[in-house]
Design a protein around this ligand. Structure first.
Ligand SMILES: Cc1cc2nc3c(=O)[nH]c(=O)nc-3n(C[C@H](O)[C@H](O)[C@H](O)COP(=O)(O)OP(=O)(O)OC[C@H]3O[C@@H](n4cnc5c(N)ncnc54)[C@H](O)[C@@H]3O)c2cc1C
Length: 474
């Protein structure tokens, strides 16, 4: 059996000089997750330059049973891209596979490599007068391969779907080093099982995505955005229904924001101010958009809000008068996680229930939080249009982080039990990683879990791909 030093030497020979990373200044941030919840040690850190080099590395690791942890922008929330502490796993960064291979304007597609930063892809699409709708708070650093491997959601799901729904083709290196080339731009292709879809949301446990072909849309030419004080979450859902109907289903974002988030962001984030004069318990940040240049969306939004005001759903609203004001509204929404961090500890839940059930869920689970967590304050916000809430509990002033953390296991169990009762998901958009492996075992349909284990074994019989993530090691 070769020792570690010999394996490292052989790995070094499989990539170019720039692809073997040894500087601790570079590698240290790659060996912990974005929220510093997980820290690992790696046998080596490699960043291959192309698909052929990824293939050589995987074939070698498969032969020597070396665990491989793929990494993109390392912005994931579940520790999926962090190796374990054994110093026996390889960290495989995709950051150098960063080429846009093609844009086909008539086919409305972009083909790009896994290490492309999402914002770069959005710009490439915009330069071709097209629109890539995948958008999330981490878009300045997350990468395409990570987005697809986590089946990222984000801000435009209500209109365009999750990352999975944007994918037409994939190039994937299998654990044994063979390259699965299904990198087509076909919208219609009913030729047997849709194998590529298994890699989407697999969090690197089945193979390494090296490139993808994504759907694009006509560039957006009109947009209207409003920050709205709503009576309660039920009023927010009623407003969503009204706006979908009135706009011909042009709602691209519909975010629920509680008062506590407006207070936290105004307090902790420079430049953020409450857009409205009187406080309200709940708010909505909504956006409608169209590819038609002359669409009177502001007037349509104002008319819908006026009707909602008359109906008692809405007490106040500000429609953005220009791009600067729109950005201020979005800054408030997107800086909620940072303001929570600055405030202190928090317990996070990334849950979804059917949109129609959101008000009752907030009521039932919110009352539980109030009764059982005196050391915490509920901060439930997020993508209401998708039924997805970040149902977080923040540390209350006068209590310590340790006091809040002491109740975390009990809180998670209770909230996730409510989610199950409501027919929802305990992980709406962040995945499983290493954080929620036991939650998956507890809440997944047993037959579905068995099928996942069989798929894992069929694709990766030696168990080298991201061991211990999503599924427990056998
Ligand atoms: C400020 C902020 C806001 C966020 N907002 C959202 C949001 O609105 N919606 C949302 O869904 N998420 C959100 N996230 C979470 C995160 O950005 C997403 O999960 C993102 O898709 C991860 O991409 P990444 O490149 O950083 O992946 P990484 O963190 O590097 O990896 C994530 C997982 O994918 C695997 N992986 C990475 N690349 C590959 C590859 N090429 N092939 C196979 N496996 C691979 C890794 O092993 C790991 O399991 C947010 C994060 C932050 C920090």
């Amino acid at each position: 059996v070769p020792d570690a030093a010999s394996l490292i030497q052989q790995l070094r020979a499989l990539v170019d000089d720039a692809g073997f990373l040894t500087d601790p200044g570079r590698t240290a941030p790659m060996l912990r997750d974005h929220r510093a919840q997980y820290r690992g040690h790696a046998l080596a850190v490699v960043a291959p330059a192309d698909t052929a080099a990824v293939s050589r590395v995987l074939a070698f690791c498969n032969e020597h049973r070396i665990g491989v942890v793929p990494q993109g922008g390392n912005t994931g929330y579940c520790g999926g891209a962090t190796p374990d502490a054994s110093s026996s796993q390889l960290l495989l960064s995709l950051e150098r596979l960063d080429r846009v291979r093609a844009i086909d304007s008539a086919n409305y597609t972009i083909t790009a490599e896994a290490g492309c930063i999402l914002a770069k892809l959005q710009s490439a699409a915009a330069d071709a007068d097209l629109y890539l709708p995948l958008s999330l708070g981490a878009e300045g650093s997350c990468m395409l391969g990570g987005n697809l491997s986590t089946n990222a959601g984000g801000l435009n799901v209500i209109r365009y779907g999750m990352a999975r729904e944007l994918v037409l083709g994939l190039e994937v290196v299998l654990p044994d080093g063979r390259v699965l080339d299904v990198l087509t731009g076909l919208r219609k292709d009913n030729t047997g099982y849709d194998i590529k879809s298994l890699f989407l949301g697999a969090e690197g446990t089945l193979g390494v995505i090296t490139a993808a072909c994504l759907k694009l849309y006509p560039a957006l030419r009109s947009r209207a955005t409003a920050f709205v004080a709503v009576r309660d979450p039920a009023a927010a859902v009623a407003l969503l229904t009204a706006l979908r109907g009135a706009s011909g289903d042009c709602v691209s974002s519909f975010e629920l924001i509680p008062r506590v988030a407006v207070e936290l962001t105004s307090q902790h984030i420079p430049g953020v101010v409450d857009p409205l004069s009187a406080p309200s318990a709940w708010y909505v940040l909504c956006e409608i958009s169209s590819s038609r240049p002359d669409e009177p969306l502001d007037a349509l939004l104002e008319k819908t809000l006026a009707a909602a005001f008359d109906g008692g759903l809405v007490s106040d609203a500000a429609v953005a008068i220009d791009e600067r004001q729109r950005e201020l509204f979005w800054r408030l929404r997107e800086s909620i996680p940072e303001s929570q961090r600055k405030e202190g500890a928090n317990i996070k839940h990334d849950i979804s229930v059917p949109v129609s059930q959101v008000p009752r869920f907030i009521d039932v689970a919110g009352r539980w939080v109030e009764q059982h967590i005196p050391q915490g304050v509920l901060c439930a916000y997020g993508h209401l249009g998708d039924g997805n809430l970040h149902f977080n509990v923040n540390q209350r002033a006068g209590f310590t982080a340790a006091q809040l953390q002491a109740i975390e296991p009990k809180a998670k169990r209770a909230i996730h039990d409510f989610v199950k009762e409501f027919g929802g998901s305990f992980s709406a958009e962040h995945g499983i990683g290493q954080l929620k492996v036991f939650e998956l075992e507890r809440y997944a349909n047993p037959l579905e879990l068995e099928l996942m284990q069989r798929v894992k074994h069929a694709f990766d019989p030696n168990g080298i791909m991201n061991p211990g993530k999503v599924l427990r090691r056998p």
